[in-house]
Design a protein. Structure first.
Length: 832
């Protein structure tokens, strides 16, 4: 008989003490005997008492290698993994890593498959326990029915970035993930993903900023500007390197609308009006050009600044002048490829030349070459941004003219680094910021050298050489890939662009979009229209609450896997997982769920290799072979609590790197010759806007919006040191440290509204509201409020912070616009 399941998430003092006392008790026993002594007791005892490597998968970007201590078959402690001499800075951990045992043994962990009780409403948490056999039968029947009736695309899979293993979890649509990728391509499912940070990622990838600096390289800087993030608070991996650079004499300057933790430990803090960053960057570029402070060598050798542009906006190349492309060796592949040289104006000869042959390429000017009227790329961009003077920036960004002038002069005159995070990519149109940043990098040359980098907070390391062939099914069907935020449009219109999609079943995994994505109310409304919803999760979340069927999923310490590369500041080491302990309760890995479901759906041969064989197929490439590295070695080392270093270290040396190989031109691009949207659904691309550095007001959160009369407060959010998104939302220790959500507002806004710290307030706009406790602080700008992200609906007094945010997507980069909203705040009178 079905058993009514408990899904209580409330934290009581008792449950917290019970969890920690149990862990401490086991730890205390273990502490009296060494690991070696246990291991000496034989294989069974060794399995019960051991130390292994298990990276932290908290999606903070750090991927800290953890040493996981197991005593009597239980994980009792996590601590930073030991690092060889020279890599001590990678030995790190934060409270999120330290509290992983509690996450593993969370009393509120989902323990067995559960089905919504028939006749109950979605979201009311009326679930009954069922067996895995029943759960998988139900999924197989429903999925097969909708695929037969409406096509594979009617099965929608919605994935986040919670975990990014080769086998389990997934990243962008599972294209680098075996479990998700094989299943979705076998049935031709529609794949929806988290759209959150793509404004920044897309912008920097197109510019070439993505690959040209790791935070490791800030050491040696004399000045570091940190903008759009709070690494001292929420990104331990990043912060260790910034701190080291500061110890060696770097001056840290933070630009943020919030007086963040990083701002508090900076040498200088500059407050900026939300969403106006690009205006400041463009004003700085103008200042450098107007005052002859441009780094000529870098601009001409490392960027597209001297390339001649034709009137149609494309570069002048040798072929335009009737010269056949030459064959050159591609440094990445070693293959001969045609190279159609870019043409520049050579001031030493006063004639045109190629970029590689010119002695003195011109940065500015208009030139007639081979019948083409051309201009240098820098001249065209200078014209595009000329209205943004320092005075304009001071006015529109709400900053001090002298301060921003002194800062750019310093930045251009000493080895400097610019570290950015996704905080300023959360307005609609904010991807344009990255062209301005790329121009700033090109003009200063603070790029591609130890102590001189522009970075979006880290770099991808060494995994480009993986073999992703097994991440698709044999004879794959096309998978429609769509940003999750467009789900309501897909639902309303029966698809999008070239994709016909009739969503009939929805499977959430590896993420919590119903709490984390903006435009939450609209998303929930659309999702609720789907006939059958499955959610793979480890605890009850806002997304899990929507499910008809809940599948309990393993913690990473219960899996064998290797973590995928995408991360902001990973270490120079591989990130393996060996099974520290057996799965708790009835939890299964994603991979096992895919295997067993495929069997039930009649294609059990889809996963015809063991987990280890799949890991090997992906990892054991000829490249790894050249270095004598294989996956078995990495996993074996992890089981001895040792790490294997990745052979591709992208750290810079003292030598300046002028090329990055990530862009079509092989140089830093602040001008996009062929702007390409992240998803092409047939939307029109406005080339005049997408090509050049520019600023476009946010859609709602901008100074002159008439809506500010009604809703005068800019919305904002921040990340916490205690949780990565919603991953630690239920961890007892974390709930003790961070018991409830707060809205931060400035005294200048609080006083006229009669609000004091501790008051209950209603934050609202036309989209929705959240009722929450107030914290009055000078730490946010006037006219700005901030609510830390990651909370679940049951943490708020009522409503949800994401009910305020818009479901806005820029149709070029398709990112979430978390901060692009205005709101009002009022005190809720007690008893009202
Ligand atoms: S949350 Fe991030 S910084 Fe903290 S231990 Fe995990 S990976 Fe490291």
């Amino acid at each position: 008989m079905a058993e009514k399941a408990s899904t209580s998430r409330s934290l009581s003092r008792r449950s917290f003490l019970k969890t920690t006392a149990a862990a401490a008790g086991v730890a205390a026993v273990a502490g009296t005997a060494g690991v070696a002594a246990y291991a000496a007791g034989g294989p069974e005892e060794a399995a019960q008492n051991k130390e292994v490597i298990g990276s932290c998968r908290s999606n903070c970007g750090g991927k800290c290698p953890l040493k996981v201590k197991v005593r009597n078959g239980k994980v009792v402690k996590t601590e930073p993994a030991d690092m060889p001499e020279g890599d001590e800075l990678y030995r790190r951990i934060c409270v999120k890593g330290l509290s992983q045992p509690q996450r593993l043994y969370d009393p509120d962990r989902l323990k067995y498959p559960m089905r919504r009780i028939e006749g109950t409403e979605r979201g009311t948490e009326e679930f009954e326990r069922i067996s895995w056999d029943e759960a998988l039968d139900l999924m197989a029947t429903k999925f097969t029915d909708v695929i037969d009736q409406f096509g594979g695309s009617s099965l929608c899979m919605w994935v986040g970035y919670g975990s990014q293993g080769f086998l389990n979890g997934a990243d962008t649509h599972g294209t680098t993930n075996i479990g998700y990728g094989r299943f979705s391509s076998k049935v031709g499912a529609s794949s929806f993903d988290s759209a959150a940070d793509w404004g920044g990622i897309w912008g920097t990838m197109l510019c070439g900023l993505f690959s040209t600096g790791s935070t490791v390289n800030v050491i040696g800087s004399k000045l570091i500007i940190c903008c759009g993030g709070d690494p001292a608070n929420s990104m331990q991996g990043e912060w260790t390197f910034i701190k080291k650079a500061m110890e060696q004499g770097a001056r840290l300057v933070t630009i943020d609308p919030r007086f963040s933790t990083t701002a508090a430990v900076s040498d200088q803090y500059l407050s900026i009006r939300p969403g106006t960053d690009a205006i400041l960057f463009m004003a700085w570029c103008n200042y450098l050009m107007d005052n002859d402070l441009v780094n000529y060598e870098f601009a001409t050798k490392g960027s597209v600044a001297p390339y001649l542009l034709k009137e149609d906006g494309t570069y002048l190349r040798n072929s335009d002048l009737g010269i056949e492309p030459a064959m050159v060796m591609d440094p990445n592949t070693g293959m001969e490829v045609p190279y159609d040289a870019y043409v520049v104006w050579d001031e030493s000869t006063n004639s045109h030349s190629t970029r590689d042959e010119a002695v003195q390429p011109a940065l500015y000017g208009q030139y007639e070459v081979g019948g083409f009227k051309t201009t240098t790329t820098l001249s065209l961009c200078r014209e595009a941004i000329k209205e943004y003077t320092m005075e304009v920036a001071a006015e529109r960004c709400g900053m001090d003219l002298d301060e921003i002038t002194a800062l750019i002069e310093e930045f251009a005159s000493v080895p400097s680094s610019f570290i950015t995070y996704n905080g300023f990519s959360h307005h609609n149109n904010s991807h344009h910021n990255y062209k301005s940043l790329a121009l700033l990098a090109a003009l200063t040359g603070n790029q591609g050298q130890q102590g001189r980098i522009f970075s979006i907070g880290g770099v991808m390391r060494g995994y480009f050489v993986l073999d992703y062939a097994e991440c698709v099914a044999p004879d794959p069907k096309p998978v429609a890939m769509v940003p999750g935020m467009l789900f309501p449009d897909v639902m309303a219109n029966g698809g999008i662009g070239q994709y016909k999609i009739n969503p009939k079943a929805l499977w959430f995994m590896n993420g919590n979009p119903m709490a984390m994505e903006s435009g939450r109310s609209e998303l929930i409304e659309a999702v609720n229209k789907v006939d059958f919803i499955v959610c793979s999760e480890s605890v009850m979340t806002d997304t899990a609450r929507m499910a008809d069927l809940l599948l309990p999923i393993c913690h990473p310490f219960e899996e064998v896997d290797i973590s995928a590369p995408f991360s902001s500041c990973p270490t120079g080491y591989f990130h393996p997982f060996v099974k520290a302990v057996e799965p708790s309760y009835e939890c299964k890995t994603d991979m096992d769920v895919f295997r067993e479901l495929s069997e039930k759906m009649g294609f059990g041969d889809l996963y015809d290799k063991t987990d280890e064989e799949y890991i090997s197929a992906m990892f054991d490439t000829p490249f790894m072979g050249m270095f004598g590295i294989n996956s078995k070695m990495v996993l074996d080392a992890a089981s001895r609590a040792e790490l294997v270093k990745c052979p591709l270290d992208m750290s810079f040396t003292e030598e300046q790197t002028f090329t990055n190989g990530m862009t079509a031109s092989g140089r830093l691009e602040f001008y996009w010759e062929h702007p390409a949207p992240r998803y092409d659904f047939g939307q029109e691309v406005d080339y005049s806007v997408e090509r050049v550095p520019c600023y476009i007001d946010a859609t709602e959160a901008y100074e002159t919006n008439p809506l500010k009369e009604k809703y005068p407060i800019y919305g904002n959010s921040n990340h916490s040191r205690f949780s990565a998104h919603s991953q630690q939302a239920h961890t007892p220790l974390i709930r003790e440290l961070q018991p409830e959500p707060l809205v931060q507002i400035n005294p200048a806004d609080a006083e006229p509204r009669g609000i004091a710290t501790g008051d209950i307030v209603r934050v609202f706009n036309d989209r929705g509201e959240v009722v929450i406790k107030a914290e009055v602080t000078e730490g946010v700008r006037p006219e700005t409020m901030c609510i830390r992200q990651g909370w679940q609906s049951d943490h708020f007094i009522s409503g949800h912070a994401q009910n305020l945010t818009p479901r806005l997507m820029n149709d070029f980069c398709w990112n979430s616009s978390f901060y692009d909203f205005l709101c009002e705040i009022e005190k809720v009178e007690q008893g009202a």
